[in-house]
Design a protein around this ligand. Structure first.
Ligand code: FE
Length: 211
């Protein structure tokens, strides 16, 4: 099954921005309220301590394979709708986790995982940079049947760094109609994509807890 329809990106359907973005929103809102009520002195008193919320975990699912090659291109752009994802890996203090290890896997455009081939298609491991930043290029994953419905488009992540709690989670995309019916989706794991079916891009900032 081909899923090449344009992914609708509606601001109304964006449930949650990234954790860092959400924190920034809270800061600006509380700052605005303080300013209205107390003037600039109140604003200063309510200056928040920087905090990054730990990324929510999500099920591993049945399709993980250990040992994927290190690479940042998980699919040829001709295989579907090209997708670029970048983001940061940090601790709850918002400090970057240099060299954090990310292990990613996803279905192809037809909703199929590579379960056997030595090529580990649509899978890859990569390290974040010294600044905790990572990025990769792939295609928008296809949906696949689950129970009486379909799983929404998603990418699986395992993320680890020495001294941090290892995280298994999934990344979802705003506007996917199957987000509403999937029992595993968590609103905090949904990001908004920019672009169109010729090139999507999005940001997923990841925060690991302290081990
Ligand atoms: Fe999956």
């Amino acid at each position: 099954m081909k899923n090449r329809e344009k992914l609708e990106v509606s601001r109304r359907q964006v449930l949650v921005h990234t954790a860092v973005g959400a924190a920034g929103l809270l800061v600006s809102r509380s700052g605005a309220r303080a300013s209205e009520k107390f003037g600039s002195r109140g604003k200063a008193l309510l200056r928040p301590t920087p905090q990054c919320l730990e990324t929510e975990d999500n099920i591993l699912g049945p399709f993980y394979r250990a040992g994927a090659p290190f690479r940042t291109i998980l699919a040829d752009p001709d295989e579907g709708q090209p997708l670029h994802i970048d983001g940061s890996v940090s601790g709850p203090d918002c400090q970057p986790l240099a060299g954090a290890l990310l292990d990613l896997w996803q279905a192809n455009d037809d909703g199929i995982y590579d379960l056997k081939s030595p090529d580990f298609l649509w899978r890859g491991r990569m390290n974040a940079g010294k600044d905790g930043i990572y990025s990769f290029d792939t295609i928008l994953p296809g949906r696949y049947p689950s129970g009486s419905s379909y799983r929404p488009r998603h990418i699986h992540f395992k993320v680890s760094s020495p001294g941090s709690l290892s995280l298994t989670t999934q990344l979802y995309f705003a506007g996917d109609p199957y987000l509403k019916t999937d029992p595993y989706v968590r609103p905090s794991l949904i990001i908004e994509l920019e672009g169109d079916e010729t090139q999507w891009s999005g940001t997923f900032n990841i925060v690991l807890g302290v081990a």
